[in-house]
Design a protein around this ligand. Sequence first.
Ligand code: CP
Length: 318
Amino acid sequence: MKNFTTVADIGDIKKAVAEALEVKTNRFAFKNLGHDKTLLMLFFNSSLRTRLSTQKAAMNLGMNVIVLDVNQGAWKLETERGVIMDGDKAEHLLEAIPVMASYCDIIGVRSFAGLTDKNDDYNEKVLNQFIKYSGRPVFSMEAATGHPLQAFADIITIEEHKSVQRPKVVLTWAPHPKALPQAVPNSFAQWSVAAGYDVVITHPHGYELAPEFTAGATIEYDQKKAFEGADFIYAKNWSAFNDPNYGKILSTDWSWTVDSEKMALTNDAFFMHCLPVRRNMIVTDEVIESPKSIVIPEAANREISAQTVLKRMLEELA
Ligand code: CP
């Protein structure tokens, strides 16, 4: 695997899940693969799970790891070509990328959507510059439009918990006080369809996601109807995608919070969320603390998805 930014990069999902479960049974079986190889993890945005799970995955494979928080201690980076750099940004990405690449073998990048310029976000302007100028394998640790390591972990988790071949998987919008990117729901929808699930997406009018990510899923605007017979409920907030409201909050309707009454409509569904989660906005305490909540094993599988991706990248380098 050269780069990992989208579902297409993983190839056959069933094979990838089987490989991930093999990794999970003995996560130190490939500890020589990363000997004398260095991973650089670059964060333009905050993280708890991605940072820790990816670092752990790399260490399981015997890699050295360097972590850089771009906004805490590094020079502020300019990403626009052709600008006169007379502001607070001291270094251009065009120099910074090859310099950073000279210190490592693989690069992971976290760079969220700015939610102001849809073209920049949906062209993955920052991530693609790393792919173009680093000369190294690059993987997304959540970029503007997708969070593939999360989606891969979500699929692994569903495969571990499902009791029917083709579960009904419902992605539901839920309220949040801040405007959030569409990266997680985009990837979850795309990967769930690719995994062959019966995928239903429910949200208030105006929160339609980009069709390239939701193709194959059913859109149901009635949340309670969507929940009926569901095997998995995946809650997430996102801001509007469609113009002229790109990146805006259109609703904070608390009636969309996932609660026990709605979960009772399901087929005794498991509750999922990528975390971090705002309790009693996205989901009630009762639901997230219930025995059907699998948010912790879901987060734990982030180590497994990251290790499977890094393993494939290292095998390609070998
Ligand atoms: N789910 C996830 O990516 O968590 P972090 O933002 O904490 O990395």
